[in-house]
Design a protein around this ligand. Structure first.
Ligand SMILES: [Zn+2]
Length: 147
C-alpha cells in the first residue's frame, strides 16, 4: 500500500500529529499561513516557522455550490463543499493568531455557525497519475455536547 502524500510540501506536518505550518515575523509578530519568505505587513525577512493550533473558531464561511473553474480538480462528480476562515492561534505562542482559509468537511448550512469551534482534519483530495492518494487539510465542526 502506498502512503498518502500531502497536496503541497510545507503546508502541514505529516504524517504524525498533523498541524498547519505558518510563519511568524520576528520584527512585528505577524503570523501568516501558508508560511512566507517575507512578512506581508512590514516586509521583514526574519521569519520562523510556527505550528498552528489544531482547533479554532470559525470566523466566516460559505458553501461552494457550483464547480469552480480550472485549475479546480477533484475525483468524480462535483459535490458542494464548505469554505471558511478559521482563526488559529500559534501553538505555544504569545497569543497571536491567523485567519486560515480552508475547505470545511461540512456543506450543510444548518451545521455551520460563525464562532463555532472547528478542528483540523486531513482529508482525501484526489489521486495522482500513479494512483497515490493525495490528501489536503480541512476543518470540521467539533461535535457539541448534544451530539
Ligand atoms: Zn513583520
Amino acid at each position: 500500500m502506498t502512503a498518502a502524500v500531502p497536496v503541497a510540501e510545507g503546508l502541514f506536518t505529516w504524517p504524525d500529529h498533523p498541524r498547519l505550518v505558518g510563519s511568524s515575523c520576528a520584527a512585528c509578530a505577524t503570523t501568516t499561513f501558508p508560511a512566507q519568505q517575507s512578512c506581508p505587513r512590514c516586509t521583514g525577512t526574519d521569519l520562523r516557522p510556527v505550528l498552528l493550533a489544531t482547533t479554532g473558531r470559525l470566523w466566516t464561511w460559505t458553501v461552494q455550490a457550483f464547480e469552480p473553474k480550472p485549475p479546480y480538480a477533484a475525483d468524480g462528480p462535483f459535490r458542494p463543499y464548505g469554505v471558511g476562515y478559521v482563526e488559529l492561534a500559534v501553538e505555544d505562542g504569545d497569543g497571536t493568531a491567523v485567519l486560515v482559509e480552508s475547505r470545511l468537511t461540512e456543506a450543510d448550512p444548518l451545521r455551520l455557525e460563525i464562532g463555532a469551534e472547528m478542528e483540523l482534519a486531513i482529508v482525501p483530495f484526489r489521486r495522482d497519475a500513479h494512483g497515490t492518494q493525495v490528501v489536503t487539510f480541512a476543518f470540521r465542526p467539533v461535535p457539541g455536547p448534544a451530539e
